[in-house]
Design a protein around this ligand. Structure first.
Ligand SMILES: *[C@@H]1O[C@H](CO)[C@@H](O)[C@H](O)[C@H]1NC(C)=O
Ligand SMILES: *[C@@H]1O[C@H](CO)[C@@H](O)[C@H](O)[C@H]1NC(C)=O
Ligand SMILES: *[C@@H]1O[C@H](CO)[C@@H](O)[C@H](O)[C@H]1NC(C)=O
Length: 504
C-alpha cells in the first residue's frame, strides 16, 4: 500500500514547504501553495485509527516491553501500572519512516529521571501516522477518541485521578492529545503541545484542534511557526493557556536551514528534512532540557510581539508576566492565551540570560538615521562576557532613549562593570556619505565624535534586578572610543530628569 512513490511524495511535500519559507516571493508562494494543495488532497482511504499503549520502563526507555490493552485488567497488572503515581502519555506525530524517532526514548528517559515513580506510556499510532499527511491529520480525531476511551477505562479500572494525567503530544500528536482531552468526560490535568502541527489546523475552530478547553492546563512550545501564508509546519496561532515562542518561534539557533538548502545542492533532497526536523523537534528537546536541567530552567516573558521582545521591553515578571519554560511552568489561566517569548542557546542547556539596556545618546546635533554597530562587554561577580553585539532594531536618534535586548549564554552573576563601544557603520550609501561629509565640514570626522552616553539603565530578566551604570570617568563620555561604565547609586525608577528615559 505504501509505495516508493508515496514516500517520494511525502518528501516533496516537506521539500516544497521548506523552499517556501526561505524564498517568500509572491510567485514562489502561489506556485508552491498550489503544489502543496494538490499534494494534500487525500488519495488513500481511511484506515481504522488504531492506537497501542506501551508502558515503558525506566531501565528500557526505548523498548516496548509491555502493552496495556484497553479492557484487560491482566495487562495492567502485568505491566506494573501504579495508579497512585503521575501518568504521562507521550504521543508522536506524523511519520515518514513508520518508526519511532529517537526523541521518543529520550523524552521517556527524561520523564523517568524527573519523576522516577511515574507511569510513562507511549501511545503508538504509527500505523495511522505512517500515511499521507492529510490522512494522518484527519485521523488525529479518531486516534484521540481511542486515547480518550483508554483513559476512561483506566480511570474506572484503577481509580487514577484525571488530574494526575499529563499528555505530551508532538506535532500531529499535540492535536491527538487535544481530541483525547475533549473526549474524556471530565478534564484531564495537563496537555503539553510540542510544536503542534500547522497544516490543516491553523485557523480552525477550537474543537477541531488543540485548544485550552482540552485540559485544566494547556501549555505549548512553538519552534517552527515561520510565517508564510499559514503554510508553516508548526501552528502559528496560540492554542493553549500559555504559548511560548522560543526565538520568536522561528529560526532556532544551530539548525541552519539556509545551510541545509545549500547542502541539498550537493547531497540531494533528503538533507533538507534534517533542518526542518531540527527546528520542529527543537520543541521536544527544550522540554527534555526542562526535565533534566531543572536548576537551569529557561524563563519566558509575555510580550505583544517578537519584535518588541527583541527590543528588550518585555522582561517584566509582574502579574505572572514571566514563566518557566517546559515542565516546571506555573499554571496560569487567563481569558486570553498568553504569548510568551524567550531566547535560547543552540544546544542543551538552552537557557540564556536576558538583559534590557536603555541608552540615551545625547548630542548637540540632531541625528535621526544612525545605524552604528554597538558592542557591549559585561563584567560580573561570577564571570565576564565580552564583545557582544547589540541587535540594533531601529535607527538611532539623538536625545532619545533606545531600548535593546542583550543575552548572555553564561551566568556572570551580578553585573559590576560594563564597556560600551560605538562604531559607525561602513555602509557607503549616498546618505551616509552625505552625513560624513557634513560631519567633516562641521569639523567632526564621524557621528560618534559628537555623541555622548552618560548612563546605561540595565534590567535583568532572570533576577528582575534593575541597575544604573554611570561613566567611570565623567570627562570621557565621547563615543569615539570604548567607554567604561560602573554601577552607580542612581535609582532605576527615578532617573535624573535631564537624561531620564521613559520607563516602560
Ligand atoms: C506507587 O507510587 C507511589 C508514589 O507515587 C509509591 O509510594 C508506591 O510505593 C508505588 N507503589 C508500587 C507498588 O510501586
Ligand atoms: C540634547 O540634550 C542635551 C542635554 O539635554 C542638550 O544640551 C542638547 O542641545 C540637545 N540636543 C539637541 C539637538 O536638541
Ligand atoms: C532638533 O530637532 C528637534 C525636533 O525634531 C527640534 O525641536 C530642535 O530644535 C532641533 N535642535 C537643533 C539644535 O537643531
Amino acid at each position: 500500500m505504501r509505495s516508493a512513490g508515496y514516500h517520494r511524495l511525502c518528501s516533496t511535500l516537506v521539500l516544497s514547504s521548506a523552499f517556501l519559507f526561505v524564498t517568500p516571493s509572491e510567485e514562489d508562494i502561489s506556485s508552491a501553495s498550489s503544489l502543496f494543495g494538490n499534494i494534500l488532497e487525500p488519495i488513500w482511504g481511511f484506515k481504522t485509527a488504531h492506537a497501542k499503549f506501551s508502558l515503558r520502563r525506566p531501565l528500557d526507555p526505548t523498548d516496548d516491553i509491555c502493552y496495556i490493552v484497553t479492557g484487560s485488567l491482566e495487562s495492567l497488572i502485568k505491566c506494573n501500572f501504579n495508579a497512585t503515581s503521575k501518568t504521562f502519555l507521550v504521543i508522536h506525530g506524523w511519520t515518514v519512516t513508520g518508526m519511532f524517532e529517537s526523541w521518543v526514548g529520550k523524552l521517556v528517559a527524561a520523564l523517568y529521571k524527573r519523576e522516577p515513580s511515574a507511569n510513562v506510556i507511549v501511545v503508538d499510532w504509527l500505523s495511522t501516522a505512517h500515511n499521507h499527511y492529510t490522512v494522518a491529520a484527519q485521523n488525529t480525531k479518531r486516534v484521540g477518541e481511542n486515547v480518550a476511551h483508554f483513559i476512561t477505562w483506566m480511570k474506572e479500572a484503577t481509580g487514577l485521578s484525571l488530574e494526575s494525567l499529563h499528555l505530551i503530544g508532538y506535532s500531529l500528536g499535540a492535536h491527538v492529545a487535544g481530541f483525547a482531552g475533549s473526549h474524556v468526560s471530565n478534564k484531564i490535568g495537563r496537555i503539553t503541545g510540542l510544536d503542534p502541527a500547522g497544516p490543516d489546523f491553523e485557523g480552525e475552530n477550537a474543537h477541531r484542534r488543540l485548544s485550552p478547553d482540552d485540559a485544566h492546563f494547556v501549555d505549548v512550545l512553538h519552534t517552527f511557526s515561520r510565517g508564510s501564508l499559514g503554510l508553516s509546519i508548526g501552528i502559528q496561532q496560540p492554542v493553549g493557556h500559555v504559548d511560548i515562542y522560543p526565538n520568536g518561534g522561528r529560526f532556532q539557533p544551530g539548525c541552519n536551514l539556509r545551510g541545509a538548502l545549500e547542502k541539498i545542492a550537493k547531497f540531494g533532497i533528503f538533507a533538507v528534512s534534517d533542518a526542518i526536523k531540527c527546528e520542529h523537534e527543537r520543541s521536544v528537546h527544550l522540554f527534555i532540557d526542562s526535565l533534566v536541567n531543572e536548576r537551569e530552567a529557561s524563563k519566558a516573558y509575555s510580550c505583544g510581539s517578537s519584535e518588541m521582545f527583541d527590543r528588550g521591553v518585555c522582561l517584566s515578571c509582574h502579574n505572572n508576566r514571566c514563566n518557566t519554560v517546559g515542565y516546571g511552568i506555573t499554571k496560569t489561566r487567563k481569558a486570553r492565551s498568553a504569548k510568551m517569548f524567550t531566547k535560547t542557546r543552540a544546544s542543551m542547556p538552552f537557557r540564556v540570560y536576558h538583559y534590557q539596556l536603555k541608552i540615551r545618546f545625547s548630542s548637540t546635533v540632531n541625528h535621526s538615521e544612525l545605524e552604528p554597530t554597538l558592542t557591549v562587554s559585561l563584567y560580573g561577580t561570577s564571570g565576564d562576557t565580552e564583545h557582544l553585539q547589540l541587535n540594533v532594531k531601529e535607527k538611532i536618534s539623538t536625545n532619545r532613549t533606545h531600548s535593546f535586548l542583550l543575552v548572555t549564554e553564561k551566568d556572570i552573576g551580578e553585573v559590576l562593570m560594563m564597556k560600551f563601544k560605538w562604531e559607525d557603520s561602513n555602509g557607503w550609501s549616498s546618505f551616509s556619505l552625505r552625513k560624513s561629509l557634513s560631519a567633516w565640514w562641521s569639523g567632526n570626522s564621524a557621528a560618534s565624535a559628537d555623541i555622548q552616553v552618560h548612563k546605561i539603565w540595565v534590567k535583568v530578566g532572570e533576577t528582575q534586578k534593575k541597575i544604573v551604570f554611570c561613566l567611570k570617568n565623567p570627562s570621557i563620555a565621547n563615543l569615539a572610543q570604548e567607554i567604561v561604565f560602573v554601577k552607580c547609586k542612581d535609582d532605576w525608577r527615578n532617573p535624573s530628569k535631564r537624561y531620564g528615559p521613559k520607563i516602560q
